[in-house]
Ligand binder design. Sequence first.
Ligand SMILES: Nc1ncnc2c1ncn2[C@@H]1O[C@H](COP(=O)(O)OP(=O)(O)OP(=O)(O)O)[C@@H](O)[C@H]1O
Length: 585
Amino acid sequence: MIQFFRNKFALSEKGAKDLMKAAVACTLTDLSFMLPVGLLYLVLKALTVKYTGGSDEVLPVYVYVAVSVLLLAIIWIFQRIQYNATFLASYEESADQRISIAEKLRKIPLSFFGKKDLSDLTTTIMADCAGMETAFSHFIPELLGAVFSLIFISIGLFLCGWELALSLLWVIPVAFAVTMAGKKQQDKMNKLYEESKLERADSIQECLEMVREIKANNQSESYLVKMDVLLQESEKINIKTELVTAIFVVSSQMLLRVGVATLVLVGAKQIASGKVDFLTFLLFLIGASRVFDPLAIALQNLAAIFSTEVKIDRMKEINNQKIQKGEDPADFKSYDIQFEQVCFSYDAQEKDRKNKVLEGISFIARQGEVTALVGPSGGGKSTVSKLAARFWDIQSGRITVGGNDIAQIEPEELLKNYAIVFQDVVLFNNTVLENIRLGRRGATDQEVMQAAKLAMCDEFVGKMPQGYHTIIGENGSTLSGGERQRISIARALLKNAPIILLDEATASLDVENESKVQQAISRLVQNKTVLVIAHRMRTIAGADHIVVLSEGKIAEEGTHEELLNQGGLYQRLWSLQTKSAEWTV
Ligand SMILES: Nc1ncnc2c1ncn2[C@@H]1O[C@H](COP(=O)(O)OP(=O)(O)OP(=O)(O)O)[C@@H](O)[C@H]1O
């Protein structure tokens, strides 16, 4: 049962156990609501006997009052248990779910993120988990509680009179069948609704992210029109989804009322024929309201669980992703990076050779040397540098660092040895100091400032209102491209790792700052393995080893002079850049 709940609702083992406990608590609460019905029956029976001159002794009023108080106390205790078992447990479970999804996302290969966009993932972590929370605290335990308590109450009613019980309860399987009959239709609409919700969130996010480009291209009007159409579409799907659910749920809830009607018909006939007394009939009538009220909610809950299934599937999709593992406690004797016949495609499923981004790549980036990757745009330079840090797992071949296959090394362990400066710098809405400290947690303010100074950050930080303690806005929105890049370089300098990946690290710097930062980088790279990508070929002319990549293959490799002498692609690119440097507008 626990395993069933785990699979069905993507719960942790504790969550599945807590759900079972919550279902038992809901059952006990539902059953406890039947206790006053029993007491009422006894009171009415005693009064009837008394006023019809029977011989039964009526107990003193205070006994009934005491029993009523006792029953209220029992109901309160069960409700309290239900509250703890549903709400508290569900909050714990959804917090655990969010943490476990975030943990999983940390370990999933980046290829997964290529297929999912940001709003999709945030929706899963926030909205889907919240939906699961409601299902856990309300829909599922209440439904199970209603079903379990119904079984007990039905047995009781059958013992009191099977004909009356049958006349009342026959509608229940029919009502459930009606709700279940709509499942396929509801599933389809729920899926459509979730998709439209995602599209809407996506579009709003895109609009906010691209607000500068939209304004610059005078596209605000057309974007708003597009958004309006999208929202109207989404509204239509929303209404249709509600309508489909309502048709089946309301029909089944109405059916329950038919059960009361058939009870009255059969009851009247049985009273007339003297088969049952009026009190027993009354007991059934009161019992019917106690059974049908939670049941009507249970049918609604069943439909709500259908809609949760789409959310659960999305959570399962993340939970079932293979994570990047690695067992070897790597022992790095050196930090040479070696690519051996590496083939790679961003779509791991893609078998089609023509979609390969890299094919048969083999080269060595030695420790103590600067290895430069050059070549036409789209040739695979950034891909090679990202593969060197195991951002993606390759499909064939081998990448080693100091002889250790990086596919066998735990990604976070591996990355401790890398300092990376990307073209697109990511900054956090925090102070300059903390953004640089990200390079090495635990570095002192002194060390952070030393690295910042080497990366030429001093000059622009000095002009900020609170210096290094100035908050730089979301993704460093208050900084220029060059300033962002210098912070990123300072991070790498602070980390001081044995392997350095520089992907267009100085592209956004002006000439003066570029030469200063280059000096800092040259101090940083001593005795390290450096893999550098630069479009401005003069910046890598001094590299120890140049690998020319074109259309995912190595076109040629060697030193600057060797490659110029070969008169191949490198020489052509070099002369083109030399000529373009002379161009003027
Ligand atoms: N995340 C990704 N998902 C799918 N395809 C990608 C992804 N990143 C890059 N590519 C594709 O892989 C190929 C190589 O891209 P890559 O960025 O490695 O080239 P590059 O040589 O660094 O280009 P540039 O000099 O323009 O930066 C390109 O065709 C690109 O479209």
